[in-house]
Design a protein around this ligand. Structure first.
Ligand code: C2E
Ligand code: MG
Ligand code: MG
Length: 576
């Protein structure tokens, strides 16, 4: 297997790569430049001290010796700058320069009896003290900085590089145009180890797997230059450089697969692990580090989908609707980076057409200013783990707006925000909510959180969060009711306030008696369970008449109001 010229070799590969990611060094050319300026200023200084002439300066006839102080201070500043910017090298250089100056100064003071050199003696001594102080203090700060940057690139559980380090390395390789392959790795059946043996054993498994792979990457035994990182859960990423053909990538992956397959013993129990390895190459599969990993991930998911024995697969465009999905992914990342995700507000009314409040709906524009539908970008954002940022951006902006307008009106209106289940399951979800509520000043009694029915996965974490939301005084709505695993026992378990009947049922409602009966039953059951009911997507007067008849409490639909820009929503709020 061939190795790329100039690429780091085996042993210190992982460490040197990490050092490259964390270090923030000033280029050596700056060092040479500062020394050059220092040299020029000292030559000028000695020239000035010998020259008795004068020049016109700001209308005065100034002796050249008046500029001695300027060049002497410049010299001292440069000396200290070298210590600050170049650490040990700067310290040794500065101290050497200062010590070498002593013989000249001492000869001038004691043998030539030059009075002007006395100030030089003091200035030199003070600079030596300053240089020593700056260096010792800087060393402490640097050590602390190194520790912090090390933590930023390390996965806390396994001690190997984390997602950030992996992204940084890929970004760097793409910038330099170096050929590399990225492998998305997912352990098979890891969840069952966690479920049956407990999380502590699961953590031990992850640590041991990470250690094995890190040792392998460090040893360079696979014949390529490898970098292994843990992305979270049982997901890892491997970056391979210094390979010749496509076969070399597969060979390297096989070495990692074989290392994984070796028996792993924890608390006298033996485990035999396997994983799926999907990979993609830069620049042939994708030319951006952001989407290249998604390609490798798509290949990994394709293996899982096929459920085949072959656990290594190269990315191919047919695995995803690549162009469209990647394009949407780029749009999402750009919108989040530029903070251009915005919101529309769709009014909700009671059955007598009295304004109840608004649902905040995420909106995003592409580079040509065209609106991208949330039906397109929310599922992709969920897939790539960015939906929480969209939820929070919409919540933050709409809550600030809503709180502002509420102060100008007596109307008691509700703001409903959509929260993705993926977001709800995140560890810091509750803290993030509280922070936005505090900053925006929106009263919790005017706030409602919409969660889709898929929450029925019955996760304890999700139920805990819903309980906490309720305890905070926020209302909870079950969105898109009827489209998921609707079950009565589940409805009973969730402490919701509002049931939102999905538009698909409203669309069908007038097509047959049974459809109408179905909607009527949902409303009745909702009422029995103490929930209010709102119908979504009401478009025609016929639908409205039926909903009035069967006792629906609230209406949201184009018939009474489309999603509005905030200025228009404000007018509606103030006239309520
Ligand atoms: P949803 O929460 O069920 O929102 C209602 C959707 O139905 C909105 O579409 C709204 O514009 C549309 N709609 C309401 N009345 C009518 C009607 O009479 N006719 C028709 N044809 N459509 C109507 P939108 O804005 O495209 O949002 C689609 C979905 O995207 C939302 O469904 C929600 O699941 C998701 N979404 C939107 N904003 C966010 C957000 O901030 N966070 C998350 N996680 N999801 C969001
Ligand atoms: Mg909704
Ligand atoms: Mg809905």
């Amino acid at each position: 297997m061939s190795r790329e010229a100039g690429s780091p070799s085996g042993k210190d590969n992982m460490n040197s790569t990490l050092n490259n990611i964390t270090k923030n060094e000033v280029p050596k050319s700056a060092y040479v430049l500062i020394l050059l300026i220092y040299f020029i200023s000292t030559v000028t200084l000695s020239g000035l001290s010998r020259n008795q002439g004068s020049i016109m300066f700001m209308g005065m006839n100034a002796p050249l010796s008046a500029f001695l102080g300027v060049f002497s201070s410049l010299g001292n500043i440069l000396i200290m700058l070298i210590v600050v910017l170049f650490g040990k090298l700067g310290f040794i250089t500065s101290l050497t320069i200062l010590i070498l100056q002593y013989p000249v100064i001492l000869v001038n003071v004691f043998m030539r009896h030059s009075v002007t050199s006395i100030s030089g003696l003091f200035s030199n001594t003070f600079t030596v003290v300053a240089v020593i102080l700056i260096y010792t203090n800087n060393r402490k700060v640097r050590k602390y900085q190194e520790r912090v940057s090390e933590q930023a690139v390390m996965d806390a559980l396994t001690g190997i590089p984390n997602r950030f380090a992996c992204n940084e390395l890929m970004r760097d390789l793409v910038r330099r145009g170096s050929k590399f392959a990225v492998v998305s790795i997912d352990l098979n059946n890891f969840k069952s180890i966690n479920d049956t043996m407990g999380n502590l054993v699961g953590d031990e498994v992850l640590k041991k797997v990470a250690t094995r792979w890190k040792e392998l990457a460090d040893s360079g035994k696979a014949g390529t230059v490898d970098f292994i990182a843990r992305l979270g859960g049982d997901e890892f990423a491997l970056i391979i450089r210094g390979y010749g053909t496509d076969d070399s990538i597969v060979n390297t992956i096989k070495v990692y697969e074989n290392t994984l397959k070796e028996k792993l013993t924890i608390d006298d129990c033996d485990y035999y692990l396997t994983a799926c390895f999907g990979y993609a190459e830069f620049p042939t599969d994708d030319a951006s580090e952001i989407t290249l990993f998604s390609c490798a991930d798509a290949a990994m998911h394709e293996i899982k989908r096929r459920g085949k024995a072959n656990h290594i697969l190269h990315f191919s465009p047919e695995f995803i609707n690549k162009e469209k999905d990647l394009e949407t992914e780029r749009k999402i990342r750009t919108a989040l980076e530029n903070d251009t995700v915005f919101f529309n507000l769709q009014p909700q009314y009671d059955i007598n057409h009295k304004l109840r409040g608004f649902e905040a709906l995420a909106r995003m524009k592409d580079s040509e200013g065209k609106i991208v539908s949330p039906c397109e970008f929310i599922p992709i954002a969920e897939k790539i783990g960015l939906v929480d940022q969209i939820d929070l951006s919409v919540f933050r902006k709409s809550a600030e707006f809503f709180a502002g307008v509420l102060k100008k009106t007596d109307a008691d209106l509700t703001l409903s925000i959509n929260i993705s289940v993926k977001h709800l399951m995140k560890n810091n979800f509750l803290e993030e909510m509280k922070e936005i509520i505090d900053i925006s000043g929106i009263p919790v009694k005017n706030l409602e959180v919409e969660i889709t029915e898929s929450i029925m996965v019955d996760s304890e974490r999700a139920m805990y969060c819903i309980d906490e939301i309720k305890k905070m005084g926020i209302r909870v709505a079950i969105d898109d009711f009827g489209t998921g695993y609707s079950s009565l026992s589940y409805l009973n378990k969730i402490p919701a306030d509002l049931l939102k009947i999905d538009k698909s049922f409203i669309d069908e409602m007038n097509s047959s008696d049974s459809s109408r009966q179905y909607v009527a039953s949902i409303i009745q059951i909702g009422h029995i369970l103490g929930l209010e009911v709102i119908s979504e997507g009401v478009e025609s007067p016929d639908q409205l008449d039926v909903l009035k008849e069967i006792g629906c409490d609230f209406i949201q639909g184009f018939i009474w109001g489309r999603p509005l820009a905030s200025e228009d929503a404000e007018k509606l709020m103030l006239s309520a």
